[in-house]
Design a protein around this ligand. Structure first.
Ligand code: KG4
Ligand code: ZN
Length: 336
């Protein structure tokens, strides 16, 4: 084992190009280039994302190295997001990481993006195991039981849309740009969450479904606009607050059930939607009521970032889990 372990980490699974340097499990730098090109299309355009990653990756890595005060000779291993994500986007990060590792003869570490979202908690905190994590992002909604850093099990997930997708689709219906989650959050903060009622999907076990709420909001808005064409303008804050409230209720119901059934008191949220102020507040309140110790990553570690890839890479390094140069990215991946 070298004296100092410096992991260069690359994240490129969707529309954020990010690079980080993690030294002995401590984040020295974390650079994120958010791609603005998608805003006007109402969603991520895969081809454009790949092209933007290609343009961003060298400057982002250079910035991360400079910020960390390290150079190529200091790097011990290269970690990258192998899956899941947009295949063209993943390919850019994977090819960069492979080339870097081969040129410098460094070990290569393939990282599962969803596992990394969970381990983002360990960047600045130290949750105790067993730890329960609700991971809510634009592509996934999962309840993960963590018995150790790399010993994780998905015990519940969405059977259709992700929670982030529900936020983004609501935002689109209300005429907001992509990604609409943060804007819905902002409007919701000033709205009446009890004004409009939307049905909650009843799912088995710890699973979720968010496609129903999207449809009911669509019909609700259509009917209201028939009576009053200015309905959305007049009630945008109340609509955002009411839908957000319903999504949070659905998420929390399953999280509470899982924590109760498994007797777990260390509970966290991760992924882009964990930046939502309503969800953060509800988790804290629930924690106080139920005696949980709650964990919420710092904002920049909630949405996609390379620091979480680096921390996962570090734990894989300690266990000697490396990949060979034949490793290839995968859009979908089974949980390891
Ligand atoms: O984890 P993430 O950055 O990327 C994926 O892996 O998908 O999550 C992005 C998702 C988007 O759907 C975005 O709208 C949502 O997280 N999001 C939010 C907030 N900030 C980001 N949703 C609700 N409230 C927020 N404040
Ligand atoms: Zn993500």
């Amino acid at each position: 084992m070298p004296e100092q372990i410096n992991i260069l980490a690359i994240e490129s699974s969707c529309d954020e190009t990010s690079a980080a340097v993690v030294q002995d499990g401590r984040v020295l730098s974390n650079h994120i280039a958010t791609q603005k090109v998608h805003e006007r299309f109402g969603g991520v355009v895969p081809e454009m994302a790949s092209r933007a990653h290609m343009q961003n990756i060298i400057p982002v890595v250079d910035a991360a190295m400079k910020d960390a005060g390290v150079n190529k000779q200091d790097i011990t291993a290269v970690a990258f997001t192998q899956s899941p994500g947009l295949i063209g986007s993943l390919l850019v990060g994977a090819c960069f990481a492979k080339a870097y590792a081969q040129a410098l003869n460094l070990p290569l570490i393939a990282v599962h993006h969803m596992q990394a979202h969970v381990l983002a908690h360990f960047i600045e905190d130290k949750p105790e195991f067993p730890f329960l994590c609700l991971t809510v992002s634009g592509g996934h909604t999962q309840i993960v039981l963590c018995r150790g850093y790399l010993d994780m099990e998905v015990i519940g997930e969405t059977i259709d849309d992700a929670a982030g997708e529900a936020f983004d689709k609501l935002a689109k219906m209300l005429g907001m740009p992509y990604p609409g989650g943060p804007l819905v959050d902002k409007y919701a903060a000033e709205g009446n969450a009890e004004l409009f009622k939307f049905p909650m999907a009843e799912m088995q076990g710890y699973n979720f479904s968010f496609s129903g709420i999207k449809t009911s909001v669509l019909y609700f808005l259509r009917d209201q606009k028939k009576n009053d064409p200015d309905f959305v303008d007049k009630h945008i804050k109340d609509i955002c607050a009411s839908v957000q409230h319903t999504i949070i209720k659905m998420l929390m119901a399953k999280l509470k059930k899982a924590a109760r059934d498994l007797g777990i008191k260390h509970v966290g949220i991760a992924g882009g939607v964990s930046a939502n102020s309503g969800l953060r507040k509800t988790l804290k309140e629930t924690g106080e009521q139920l005696g949980w110790k709650v964990y919420i990553p710092k904002f920049e570690y909630c949405t996609d970032n390379a620091a979480m890839i680096g921390i996962t890479g570090y734990h894989k390094y300690l266990k000697g889990i490396f990949s060979d140069l034949e490793v290839s990215p995968s859009a979908r991946a089974t949980w390891q």
